[in-house]
Design a protein around this ligand. Structure first.
Ligand code: BGC
Length: 372
């Protein structure tokens, strides 16, 4: 054995060579010819995450089932062109500057009114049309976290007025894959003018594997006793009400499909609701939700610093073709989007989303995978 192979064998045994980080690969081009790259993170258990510079988007996430068999559990496309086509419904992207809805695309800060694009009649959704955070190219660099995870840090500077929002904003999104089959996403923003910020990741999960027929057989627990009821355009009324006694109650594990029919004829067309996460006083990171697929045994536990979580059952999925030619049917995946409540910028009684110059926006969400 050479000295190098002895060192390599020792590193493998100790798990040091786990957390392998591949160099970025080519992921195609944007419509205006810019190069898109994709980064691969892999931990010592073989859990793999792939993230692209277009929208700092989570493209693949491979996790084991109860027998150790891996599957990619999120929806996505094989290359950048898929992400720019009509089939893309914010799959896995970093969503903002303000995720979810802003009523009628209007808000006021310090007496000045701002007008945004209406892309979800009659409201503004997920940061706009052409230059929302999911549509721009982010700069990427490899990082190592203090707790031993390997990751990629994405940065993007959004100019003042982009998509109608005030202020030049510097965004950072760090994806870190940890030993315990955990993916952590950390968001940071700084602005030079007061401006609303609300960031989330819009991954669509199916724990039986992306492309499996349905998500209605998954079991879900949401750590929320309350939710924000909405009007018929999904804008919160401003009230905060208990889930108890409604089909929205997931305080104990419930099968997602058990009561969904009752929502078929509502404006949401299924589950598409913001929950108020239970949090003890002073608790920074709280349990948001636990999702289980009884067939594969895969389990996802989500923890976050955010006050809310939007639970959306893929009611608008439309049989589009995704990765490896798989079809994504109606309700074949779901989103659990940690965030501040929708339309917070216009609801003074909701937690604040306006970032001021000199302050730092920070948010962390942790996705932990296991199987039993
Ligand atoms: C929203 C849905 C919307 C979907 C678009 C979700 O965050 O709550 O209403 O249709 O995003 O992909």
């Amino acid at each position: 054995m050479t000295r190098f192979s002895i060192l390599l064998a020792a590193a493998l045994t100790l798990g040091i060579a786990g957390n392998v980080q591949a160099k970025p690969a080519d992921f195609g081009k944007t419509k205006d010819g810019k190069k898109v790259q994709i980064y691969t993170l892999e931990n010592e258990n073989g859990v793999t995450a792939k993230i692209s510079t277009l929208g700092a988007t989570l493209v693949e996430l491979h996790v084991p089932d109860k027998n150790g068999k891996f599957a990619d559990v999120i929806l996505g496309f094989d290359d950048a062109s898929g992400y720019q086509g009509d089939g893309n419904q914010y799959f896995g992207c970093t969503t903002g500057r303000v995720c979810n809805r802003i009523a009628k695309g209007k808000f006021k800060i310090d007496g000045k009114e701002y007008t945004l694009a209406i892309n979800n009649e009659p409201n503004h959704l997920h940061g706009g049309v052409e230059r929302s955070l999911d549509k721009v190219i982010w700069k990427a660099k490899e990082i190592t976290s203090k707790d031993g995870g390997k990751g990629v840090s994405f940065t993007y500077t959004s100019p003042d007025g982009e998509e109608g929002y005030p202020g030049k904003v510097n965004f950072t999104v760090n994806y870190v894959l940890l030993k315990k089959n955990t993916l952590r996403i950390y968001y940071r923003a700084k602005t030079d003018k007061a401006t609303p910020i609300n960031l989330t990741n819009h991954a669509y999960f199916n724990l039986a594997g992306a492309g499996s027929e349905t998500v209605l057989n998954h079991m879900l627990r949401i750590n929320a006793d309350k939710y924000t009821p909405g009007d018929n355009t999904l804008i919160p009324t401003g009230k905060i009400e208990p889930v108890k006694g409604t089909v929205l109650d997931f305080t104990k594990f419930k099968k997602i499909g058990a009561r969904i029919k009752k929502l078929d004829d509502t404006a949401a067309l299924g589950y598409d609701h913001n929950y108020v996460i239970n949090r003890k006083k002073g608790q920074k990171i709280a349990l948001a939700a636990i999702l289980r697929d009884p067939g594969s045994g895969r389990k996802l536990t989500i923890r976050t610093t955010e006050p809310g979580i939007q639970f959306y059952t893929g009611n608008f999925l439309k049989d589009q073709k995704g990765k490896g030619g798989k079809t994504y049917a109606h309700r074949s995946a779901l989103c659990l989007e940690t965030q501040h409540y929708p339309n917070s910028v216009n609801q003074p009684n909701f937690p604040n989303t306006v970032l001021k110059p000199g302050d730092v926006y920070e948010s962390t969400t942790v996705y932990a995978f296991s199987a039993d």
